[in-house]
Design a protein around this ligand. Structure first.
Ligand code: PLP
Length: 435
């Protein structure tokens, strides 16, 4: 595409990163199902291995199908580059890896996907890293938690599962003042609803498993770099600013400028951690992204209808959808995500844990699965599944108390979704149905 015009989101979600295949003219991006690429000659091979020339060596590092997806997501997020990897959880490790050393910590929001809370509170300790969890609505607490060993601040724009909207700009300002990058998990919002880089984020991570692919077919992840952070300013990020022994003393920031993080993610992160996205997965995700805006519009429209209906239902204690005027985050949602508060929310049932279990066993169109961001509507009882490893306090902070179910509203007919919820609620809370 020529760069003379600023293309709109709907155009970019179809075209960014893709061009007709140079060998065959194929219009759709081919699945380059290959492990390795023939070098022109020995000199070419040496230049590639020295990072003096950019090209394809081996699919653990780079693959042409995956490269199109990387450029597509980076463009939609307004970043300079991106590295795709095997899952959303892999993306989180890939994002932290260039920033962290043993003894370093991150300051993370209490309102995060349960799997991320577990990854950050337990597993990263094995690397000598740690996380301090704070309420991101308390900016003084975020500020106070940042110490000399803090290397990142981490939050979700629209948090899974609680219907919490983060004031990305306010937290970005705190991170900025401390000279620390802000990493935003943008999985549940997608760049259609929120572009965290425009609100001051340094890095954006995704589980492409969810809305970006959009139909529950493949797992994947992505780390997008804004290109805006000065990795050399403080001496806190030596992997990016200092000589890299695994590349003959190459300094990534000095050599690659605003692409330093992306080059490091691929040349060191993927090379040595090996959390690679395969070209089949990239293909499915590219197919999904082509319709991202259309799907998100319907997800949001259906979620708003279903949430409003649930809020008025006698079996329902409360609904956490930020798109409802009753939500404490309703006003904030208008600045952070003016096109809608996403397709994910929770609601509490009168009747607690037992009613929730009966409810998830009674739905028919909704599927009871540990996933979100699918074209089909999904439901899960977080306290007995995704948030099971968390303490009751952590569950409550994450918006996953035992009386709460999470729904991921699909793009079916809203009336059919409401009818399904209605019959399941009647079984789950019979007393309320009789009211
Ligand atoms: C699912 C999810 C993840 C983890 O992604 P995987 O692809 O399952 O590894 C991280 N963050 C959020 C918000 C998620 O919903």
């Amino acid at each position: 595409m020529t760069e003379t015009r600023q293309y709109g989101f709907d155009t970019l979600q179809i075209h960014a990163g893709a061009r007709p295949d140079p060998a065959t003219g194929a219009r759709q991006t081919p699945i380059y199902q290959t492990t390795a690429y023939v070098f022109r000659d020995a000199e070419h091979a040496a230049a590639l291995f020295n990072l003096q020339e950019v090209g394809f060596i081996y699919s653990r590092l780079t693959n042409p199908t995956v490269a199109v997806l990387q450029e597509r997501i980076a463009t939609l997020e307004g970043g300079v580059g991106a590295a795709c990897c095997s899952s959303g959880h892999a993306a989180q490790i890939m994002a932290l890896f260039p920033l962290m050393q043993p003894g370093c910590n991150i300051v993370a929001s209490t309102r995060l996907y349960g799997g991320t809370v577990t990854q950050f509170s337990q597993t990263i300790k094995r690397f000598g890293w740690s996380a301090k969890f704070v309420d991101f609505d308390d900016l003084d607490a975020v500020k106070a938690a940042i110490d000399d060993d803090t290397r990142a601040v981490f939050g979700e724009a629209i948090a899974n599962p609680g219907g919490y909207i983060m004031d990305v700009r306010a937290v970005a300002d705190v991170a900025d003042a401390a000279g620390i990058p802000l990493i935003i998990d943008n999985t549940t919002a997608t760049p259609y609803l929120v572009r965290p880089i425009e609100h001051g984020a340094t890095l954006v991570v995704h589980s492409t498993t969810k809305y970006l692919t959009g139909n529950g077919t493949v797992t994947g992840g992505c780390v997008v770099d804004s290109g805006k952070f000065d990795w050399s300013a403080s001496g806190k990020f030596p992997s990016l600013s200092e000589a890299e022994p695994a590349y003959h003393g190459l300094k990534f920031h000095e050599t690659f400028g605003n692409l330093a993080f992306t080059f490091h993610s691929i040349a060191v992160g993927l090379r040595d951690l090996g959390m690679t996205m395969n070209p089949q997965a990239a293909h499915y995700t590219l197919m999904g992204i082509e319709t991202l805006s259309l799907r998100m519009q319907r997800h949001v429209e259906n979620a708003a209808k279903v949430a409003a209906w649930l809020e008025a239902h006698p079996a329902v204690d409360h609904v956490t959808y930020a798109g409802l005027p009753s939500s404490p985050y309703y006003e904030r949602s208008k600045t952070v995500c003016p096109l809608g508060a996403g397709g994910l929310f929770t609601f509490a049932l009168k009747g607690g844990y037992e009613a929730c279990v009966r409810f998830v066993d009674s739905v028919e169109i909704f599927s009871h699965v540990a996933n979100l961001g699918d074209t089909r509507s999904l439901v899960i009882h977080s306290a007995s599944t995704t948030h099971r490893q968390l303490s009751p306090e952590q569950q409550a902070a994450a918006g996953a108390s035992p009386d709460v179910v999470r729904v991921s509203i699909g793009i079916e007919d809203a009336d059919d979704l409401i009818a399904d919820l209605d019959q399941a609620l009647a079984k789950a809370v019979p007393a309320a149905a009789a009211e």
